[in-house]
Design a protein around this ligand. Structure first.
Ligand SMILES: NC(=O)C1=CN([C@@H]2O[C@H](COP(=O)(O)OP(=O)(O)OC[C@H]3O[C@@H](n4cnc5c(N)ncnc54)[C@H](O)[C@@H]3O)[C@@H](O)[C@H]2O)C=CC1
Ligand SMILES: CC(C)(CO)C(=O)C(=O)O
Length: 321
């Protein structure tokens, strides 16, 4: 199957690379330096048992005007976007002719509300999100390491499944079969918003606090006062989710789940801490700051998430010019 992948960083190369190793053809749009390096160095993926693979079938997509002229047999069937959430808006603009033509768009990103950006720009597309707790890290630009195994949920966002044409249903089925064959255990989620928020609530609880304290996930667990802060941060976000009528699962303990994630990923430096250590922009706008903005609209104060967001922006400002 031909798949277009926009933004082959850590998670993009993990998913795209494993799909390529399983026999799919992956066409990529990357930043120019990645495309240049790909010409000179083979793309490598170290799997979870430390085996190094050279990834085949991973190639630079033709320039946009050429891609959109490909025959239906050659044109990719599906587009995966794996940039950071804050790059999604610019991706929508930069790849407009392609995204207008490709019927199915999948987002592999963390954060709340990402799908709304696609819906606003491409109201006729079939949109789904892939929420994953697999982990991937970059050894260098052409070498990605699979650092942790986790669950992956496919969240169908729009339109309702029954409104999708038989042809596109077949493409989605082929894609999900290919993902499973590539080694991703999948859950087809009947409550997509719950899955998106479940992951986001974990990130809302852990990431900013880990980034500000520079503690690993396991070290956070050892501090009762930080655990208290994590609890309060998540509970404030749950209040907003309830006001937004997000169908959270009343029988599920989102705080306890976050504590378990901390335990299971004890040696991790969370992704926001990694961004801060590399002096990169963080995804705070799509996590704690999203809660603050929803709160503002509904006149509900969110002091903890607001303070965390402001502190993270302060940190970013200390190194981003
Ligand atoms: N790395 C991980 O273990 C996990 C990451 N995620 C989520 O996945 C998303 C991506 O994260 P990572 O892969 O870690 O980030 P990353 O920074 O490694 O990769 C993003 C890539 O997108 C590229 N990019 C940005 N704008 C582009 C454009 N206009 N055209 C082409 N390429 C463009 C960047 O150059 C970069 O290579 C984030 O939302 C993250 O929270 C989710 C689960 C695990
Ligand atoms: C689950 C967790 C918190 C693991 O570190 C993560 O998703 C992240 O680092 O962004």
């Amino acid at each position: 199957m031909r798949i277009l992948l926009i933004g082959p960083g850590s998670i993009g190369v993990l998913f795209g690379g494993k799909l390529a190793l399983a026999g799919n053809r992956i066409l990529i749009y990357a930043r120019p330096h990645f495309s240049t390096i790909l010409k000179e160095h083979p793309l490598k993926l170290t799997d979870i048992i430390n085996k190094e693979h050279v990834v085949p079938n991973f190639e630079k997509a033709p320039p946009i005007p050429e891609l959109i002229k490909l025959s239906p047999q050659e044109f990719p069937k599906i587009c995966l976007i794996t940039t950071k959430s804050y790059d999604l808006e610019s991706v929508c603009r930069e790849y407009q002719p392609v995204l207008n033509k490709i019927p199915i768009i999948g987002l592999i990103q963390n954060g709340i509300g990402n799908e709304e950006i696609i819906e606003n720009n491409y109201p006729n597309s079939i949109i789904f999100r892939i929420i994953t707790s697999h982990g991937a890290m970059r050894e260098n630009i052409s070498h990605i390491i699979h650092t942790g195994i986790g669950n992956t949920s496919i969240c169908q966002i729009k339109p309702p499944y029954e409104n999708i044409s038989a042809e596109n249903k077949q493409i989605i089925k082929e894609f999900t079969d290919n993902l499973q064959y590539a080694g991703f255990e999948l859950k087809l989620n009947k409550n997509p918003l719950e899955a998106i928020w479940r992951k986001a609530l974990t990130n809302i609880g852990i990431n900013a606090i880990g980034a500000l304290t520079q503690l690993t996930n396991g070290e956070l667990l050892k501090s009762e006062s930080l655990l208290n802060l994590i609890r309060k941060t998540i509970n404030e976000a749950i209040l907003i989710a309830n006001k937004l009528q997000i169908p959270l699962d009343p029988s599920f303990d989102y705080v306890q789940n976050t504590l378990e994630v901390l335990k299971n990923t004890a040696t991790n430096k969370n992704s926001m801490l990694q961004d801060v250590l590399r002096k990169k922009k963080t995804e705070i706008e799509f996590l704690n700051e999203k809660i603050v903005n929803y709160g503002k609209k509904m006149h509900i104060p969110t002091p903890i998430n607001k303070t965390l967001s402001q502190l993270i922006h302060g940190l970013e400002n200390s190194y981003i010019l």
